[in-house]
Design a binder for this molecule. Structure first.
Ligand SMILES: Nc1ncnc2c1ncn2[C@@H]1O[C@H](COP(=O)(O)OP(=O)(O)OP(=O)(O)O)[C@@H](O)[C@H]1O
Length: 352
């Protein structure tokens, strides 16, 4: 188990090619849970493969517990990696698959059996231990892949590259819980790559949001939700996404015309490219008068809540409201906003 430090790390796949991973510095605490979150092609797998040693970075260093491992191959790093597509040894039983990493390292047989049984129990694989791995469903095969990553007690970290994609939705929730339990019990550093915000936000203590090869924000799930560092993060995290409305500078404040939405402008801030943003969850419908009034454009259900899309000359905003308020498209509605809910962005970046 190890602290992982990325120092001035960057990667281009060919000399002179644009960076697939732009320069970054980051430290992941020993025993922590982390998620790399972002759309397809943003550089998540590139970063993970550099950490596992499958890929050598074109710039910078990777340190495990202070030791430079940048030029070491995957086999020398003591990392367990689980991929999107299950990797199993088809000619072996489930038990033999789970035992394989330990057998390769030559541990005592009783200890191996004990560890295999413990991990199988955690993953619900006990009844399948003697089955040929070949005969399993895709879900079960991925559980075996995960189990092979978890069975070793000496790994520096477990890297999970979209491992839940092939897993049945019911099972996903259960597996995230199991992974967290294993992390709490064995304090093994875990890094999950995903493009699914719910998966990232419910699994990790710290989420690293990436876009176009760049880390745009790294922080606790609550901080990403409350204070997105960019409008991209505000769009990408949360459902519905954060609301953003263009603002003008008026008498030292950023103001959305025709609404009560405004914030003081920080001293010296240029006044172009201003946008005010707030979360749908922080607005409360308030009858016909409030911070902003608009016309109900659309309504739809999300779980027990109703999402109300309000149209206004400044733009459309979405609010989350308890179902059964009796609103209909075309109605006039208004909302008030929680005091601390408003954020100011300039050219897409948080300024206040
Ligand atoms: N072997 C490669 N050679 C050249 N370019 C590559 C290679 N692998 C990835 N890339 C490019 O690097 C960028 C980042 O890709 P990467 O696979 O790391 O993104 P990702 O976020 O993991 O995407 P996905 O979720 O689709 O796997 C993309 O523009 C991709 O086309």
């Amino acid at each position: 188990m190890a602290e992982i430090r990325l120092q001035e790390l960057a990667h281009a796949y060919a000399p002179g090619a644009p960076h697939a991973l732009k320069p970054l510095d980051m430290t992941w605490r020993d025993g922590g849970t982390y998620a790399l979150l972002g759309p397809s092609g943003c550089g998540k797998s590139t970063m993970l493969n550099i950490i596992s040693g499958l890929l050598h970075p074109s710039e910078g260093r990777v340190l495990f517990d202070g030791q430079d491992v940048t030029r070491l191959g995957a086999g020398q790093r003591n990392i367990a990696q689980v991929f999107q597509v299950p990797v199993i040894y088809r000619s072996m039983t489930v038990g033999q698959n789970l035992a394989f990493p330990l057998v390769c390292r030559g541990g005592p047989t009783p200890r191996i059996r004990q560890r295999v049984e413990a991990i199988a129990e955690r993953l619900g694989l006990t009844p399948l231990l003697k089955r040929p791995a070949n005969a399993l469903t895709a879900d079960q095969k991925q559980l075996v892949s995960l189990g092979r990553g978890l069975v070793r007690e000496d790994v520096a970290a477990i890297l999970l590259d979209e491992p839940l994609t092939v897993i049945d939705p019911q099972m996903k929730f259960e597996l995230r819980r199991i992974l967290k339990e294993i992390n709490a019990e064995f304090r093994v550093t875990m890094v999950l790559v995903t493009h699914d915000q719910t998966e990232a936000m419910t699994f990790a203590e710290e989420v690293i949001v990436m876009n176009h090869g760049e880390v745009v924000q790294a922080g606790r799930p609550r901080d990403l939700f409350e204070r997105p560092a960019t409008t991209h993060v505000g769009h990408f995290i949360g459902s519905p996404a954060m609301n953003f409305l263009p603002a003008l500078a008026v008498a030292g404040r950023a103001v959305v015309p025709g609404t009560g939405l405004s914030l003081p402008l920080p001293d010296g801030l240029p006044t172009d490219g201003l946008v005010l943003g707030f979360r749908p969850e922080h607005a409360r419908l308030s009858g016909a008068s409030g911070t902003m009034q608009g016309r109900v454009a659309r309504l739809w259900f999300e779980g027990l809540d109703e999402i109300v899309a309000l149209s206004h000359p400044a733009g459309e905003v979405r609010l989350r409201a308890p179902a059964g308020l009796g609103l209909a498209p075309g109605d006039t509605a208004a909302f008030t906003l929680r005091d601390t809910a408003l954020r100011l962005y300039r050219n897409g970046r948080l300024v206040a």
